[in-house]
Write a protein that binds this ligand. Structure first.
Ligand SMILES: [Zn+2]
Length: 344
């Protein structure tokens, strides 16, 4: 029984379509009015989009119903599903807390509401009857001004019991004009002792080498092996891990063919760059983490040894995994102590 670590999952995209449908039927029927039956809604919710922007637009719909009151409802179901159907032992959940605060409030009032959101998410994910170790990654966002993004970093630093790192989200094609600003924000985060990841090199328009030195992990990063493989040795030297989310690139239109990922894995393995396989938006895609692994294997994109290497890399690069070893080794020690496996 392999237990998985999920390093890249958005709260907004983590709600599976059936649960969202039931929620809308009960509380926001206007969202289901265009669909005679559930199947039509599921098709709409999970279908591939033409661009990353179009894809990210869907998050807005879910964000609007994830409020301080409703978050425990969604998170309880998320944790239950992740334990029962995904064999997760570890989960980093990421989102932008500001976008879960009431829209009618002023910016400073909304900033003041963020701590409660983080606490609600933290308590809800820890209260469920599942032995999954969880932590949060707070996302700065390209739609938000500097003051809000800086407040998100401050909050992350103030709540280490719930938060392990910061990220930047909202589309990597929007960094250009504000690149210095985002670099300064990451410098600030590192100065506070925070861990860092960031959506970068996801699309050909999101290639900003200037940001790389500030990231411990790279959200997606697939354009590095595809378009800029000369950067890989530096990544390997810095022990920077790519968070590769295979289904995303088809849903966003970033890749036309999933087989293109074969080059990503080959070049990273050759250069000694670790890859953690992740879902990004397991609900939105209706694809759970074990199937991301299995799909890559059956499509002949990775081999079994590479699959195992990625599973182990995910635990090594997890920001808040508290144990020295991944759970497989812990389980072996319990169930078959005569089997000693080295993961180093
Ligand atoms: Zn993402």
């Amino acid at each position: 029984m392999p237990l998985h670590a999920e390093l890249h999952r958005h709260l907004g995209g983590s709600v599976v379509p059936r649960i969202l449908w039931r929620y809308f039927q009960r509380h926001n029927p206007q969202f289901t009015q265009g669909f005679a039956e559930y199947e039509g809604f599921e098709d709409f919710y999970t279908k591939p989009r033409n661009t990353l922007d179009e894809y990210l637009e869907l998050h807005t719909m879910v964000e609007s119903v994830q409020t301080v009151e409703t978050l425990p409802y969604f998170i309880y179901r998320l944790m239950r599903g992740a334990y029962t159907f995904e064999n997760l032992a570890y989960l980093e959940l990421r989102y932008t807390p500001y976008l879960r605060t009431p829209e009618h409030l002023s910016q400073s009032e909304r900033i003041d509401c963020m701590a409660e959101i983080v606490e609600v998410v933290g308590k809800a994910s820890q209260l469920s009857n599942t032995p999954i170790i969880t932590s949060q990654i707070l996302c700065m966002h390209t739609r938000l001004p500097f003051e809000v993004n800086r407040a998100i970093i401050d909050l992350a630093a103030q709540m280490p019991q719930y938060v392990c790192a910061v990220d930047i989200a909202g589309g990597d094609n929007y960094y250009g004009q504000r690149l210095d600003e985002f670099i300064n924000l990451y410098k600030y985060a590192l100065s506070l002792g925070l861990k860092t990841t960031g959506h970068l090199y996801e699309t050909p328009e999101g290639c900003y080498p200037e940001l790389l030195p500030y990231l411990m992990r790279i959200g997606h990063g697939i354009q590095i092996p595809l378009l800029h493989p000369e950067l890989l040795p530096e990544l390997a030297k810095n022990n920077q891990c790519l968070e590769v989310c295979p289904t995303t690139y088809i849903k966003t239109g970033t890749l036309k063919d999933i087989q293109q990922l074969k080059i990503v894995f080959e070049r990273c393995f050759d250069a000694g760059v670790d890859i953690a396989i992740c879902t990004d938006n397991a609900g939105l895609h209706n694809v759970r983490l074990p199937f991301e692994y299995e799909n890559l294997l059956t499509l002949d994109i990775i081999e079994f040894e590479q699959l195992e290497a990625c599973q182990q890399a995910a635990f090594r690069h997890a920001f808040a995994w508290p144990h020295q070893n991944p759970p497989t080794q812990i389980l072996h020690g319990l169930l078959k102590p005569e089997l000693i496996i080295s993961y180093q």
